[in-house]
Design a protein around this ligand. Structure first.
Ligand code: GCU
Length: 610
């Protein structure tokens, strides 16, 4: 193919590409749809200068690497070849799969070939959706050489309708991934975790009918009137991907003997109440993580899910789960595997971390500082952990940049959209340790309103901070208190400040709301022992916990604590040789699962909080 023809076709492609950009809402509960996994080996190569995207005049080129060109005749010049490149696993970060990429931040191209056999299409005029669980950070996606879209944000799903891009037989998808950090990104330039790059979560080709269920919500409307849970009311709403009226949808809860059929309104939506009548509804809680199987059936599709029913609310300084006061025995955790320290992407990865949290006596986990993968959230729900889910509005982001705001709001919306049916999630967190300013307050205030408008059944919070005391009095003062249901803050007495002063400390939290300590703690190198005054020893961390927990116990309205952090985790901000070696060492477990002495102090304290 001579350059002119390539140009012509590609110009044509570009024209078509631009028109056909096809982002769609990621379908609720995508794993229950008819899918073909595109996980597995993907070819990859590094493109530091983004030569596969820009020409030598730095203008986007139409014949970039996304074309996946192959020389047609001996004289043809093609200076890349995906199929001759190594492969790495998807889902997975590139940092821990290729030593040369351990600290790499930049662009990498990845390609996957896939076959569409007959029988994959659900109905004749069905659609094909290309679903990504997450790609860190910027993803530009091409199918068979045509651009389908661009997505930013490393921790939430995105999806494209690629029906017009794929065909029976051989197809290929190419993704340009760039995890370079930028000031206006979310998160911004600096953050205390490893900037794992790549296609970090599942990739699925989803086959749906032309009209399909885009989203649905199933939740308890209010606490059951009767103690036996009979005549409980389940609030059911559903939205099709198109405004089609009169579509029949049958919802079945076999165990609750509920089977009802409703039809959609002119917007393709329905909103109904289901009564459990004589069936006892068991409420979901950490002690009884009861999930009910549910089936949604309509012409051409059946969606199965597991739903737990619970009510979370506050009353003054009390936190109530299913109408009863609860203390959140929590711990913070990053989405990084035990032992291997790579991005988690499966229920098995989550299970190990959850078992460690359970051994602390926890009933609550703060998923820091970004939405974790859906497998982890569902596994935690199955195991009875209450969850705090957060978007990476972390430290000082560009509060006045409208694009940054749109990005943050998109991540918030996608986090809530993916997990709004998860009973385990009780708190949406908007931010972590953000500096006071009018611009920040305005930014976070808008996010709070968005969160409230998307989901008024959960609590809203953020990790505020108390970074100093005067005369041993620590005051929490934050304008965002009026937007949150629970006031949460990080404090590092004994580590970043006021070592050994915890016993003298007093707290003033002038808000009539439950209080969660969303972070406290200190570092220790597992196995390093010495005097409790010697930093980095297990004895220092143990003493810090003992003093902090005694201090926190005196806080009026204390409804939960989340020590920082479950296990040591990778961070580029932790270079201290022989101690940190690229790990934040504030874990109660080492990255290799070694239990540090402080762990037992916390466990004993949590025992009393049951
Ligand atoms: C902060 C921050 C964490 C960080 C921790 C630490 O509070 O929220 O992300 O890792 O402190 O300094 O260890």
């Amino acid at each position: 193919m001579n350059v002119k023809n390539i140009m012509m076709t590609l110009a044509l492609v570009a024209a078509i590409g631009a028109k056909a950009q096809k982002e769609v809402v990621a379908p609720q509960n995508v794993y229950a749809r008819q899918t073909m996994s595109l996980n597995g080996d993907w070819h990859y190569f590094v493109d530091q200068q983004e030569q596969g995207y820009y020409d030598y005049r730095m203008n986007p080129t139409n014949w970039g690497y996304f074309v996946n060109a192959k020389p047609k005749k001996p004289s043809d010049l093609v200076e890349y070849d995906f199929d001759a490149c190594p492969t790495m696993q998807v889902p997975g970060d590139w940092n821990t799969q290729d030593e040369q990429l351990f600290v790499y931040e930049g662009t990498i191209w990845m390609k996957k070939d896939f076959e569409i056999g007959d029988g994959l299409r659900t109905t004749d005029n069905g659609r094909f959706l290309l679903y990504f669980g997450a790609v860190n950070y910027e993803a530009i996606v091409y199918v068979n050489g045509k651009k389908v879209g661009r997505h930013v944000g490393g921790f939430t799903p995105f999806c494209y309708d690629v029906t017009d891009f794929v065909h029976e037989g051989k197809n290929f998808v190419i993704v340009k991934i760039d995890n370079k950090r930028h000031k206006d990104n979310v998160p911004t330039l600096i953050f205390d975790w490893w900037n794992y790059g790549g296609i970090t979560r599942d990739v699925l080709l989803v086959s749906v009918p032309e009209t399909y269920v885009e989203d649905y919500s199933l939740r308890l409307d209010a606490l059951p009137q009767s103690a036996d849970g009979k005549n409980s009311v389940i609030d059911f709403s559903l939205k099709l991907n198109r405004p089609v009226a009169g579509e029949a949808v049958t919802v079945t809860f076999p165990e609750l003997k509920i089977r009802r059929t409703f039809s959609t309104d002119e917007n393709g939506c329905l909103h109904e109440q289901l009564s459990t009548k004589k069936s006892k509804l068991e409420l979901w809680s950490p002690d009884n993580p009861k999930l009910y199987k549910v089936l949604l059936e309509r012409e051409g599709e059946t969606i199965e899910d597991e739903i737990g029913f619970r009510i979370i609310e506050t009353r003054g300084k009390q936190l109530l789960l299913n109408g009863k006061p609860i203390f959140l025995r929590g711990v913070c955790s990053h989405e990084e595997t035990a032992y291997t320290s790579r991005r988690c992407n499966s229920a098995a990865d989550a299970d190990t971390l959850l078992s460690w949290a359970r051994s602390l006596g926890c009933n609550f986990i703060r998923l820091a500082h970004y939405p974790h993968n859906e497998h982890a959230v569902r596994e935690a729900e199955r195991q009875g952990f209450l969850l705090w889910s957060e978007i990476p509005v972390y430290w000082t982001i560009s509060w006045q940049n409208e694009e940054t705001y749109a990005n943050a709001e998109r991540q918030l919306t996608d986090m809530i959209r993916r997990d709004h049916n998860r009973a385990a999630i009780i708190i949406w967190s908007l931010a972590n340790e953000t500096p006071h300013s009018d611009a920040r307050d305005k930014f976070l205030g808008r996010l709070a309103q968005t969160a409230r408008s998307l989901d008024n059944t959960r609590l809203i919070s953020m990790a505020m901070e108390v970074t100093g005391a005067s005369n041993y009095v620590n005051r929490l003062q934050d304008n965002m208190n009026k937007y949150v249901d629970v006031v949460s803050f990080n404090q590092y007495i004994g580590w970043y400040r006021d070592v050994n002063d915890a016993p003298k400390m007093k707290w003033e939290i002038p808000y009539e709301k439950p209080v969660i300590i969303s972070e406290f703690g200190g570092g220790a190198k597992a196995g390093l022992h010495g005097d409790k005054g010697q930093r980095w020893t297990e004895e220092f961390q143990e003493n810090l916990y003992r003093e902090n927990l005694a201090m926190l116990d005196k806080i009026d309205g204390l409804a939960g604590t989340c020590p920082w952090v479950l296990k040591d985790f990778r961070s580029p901000r932790r270079p201290l040789p022989g101690i940190q070696d690229g790990f934040n060492r504030k874990g109660l477990f080492s990255d290799q699962g070694k239990r540090k002495k402080a762990l037992y102090v916390l466990r004993e304290w949590y025992e009393k909080k049951r």
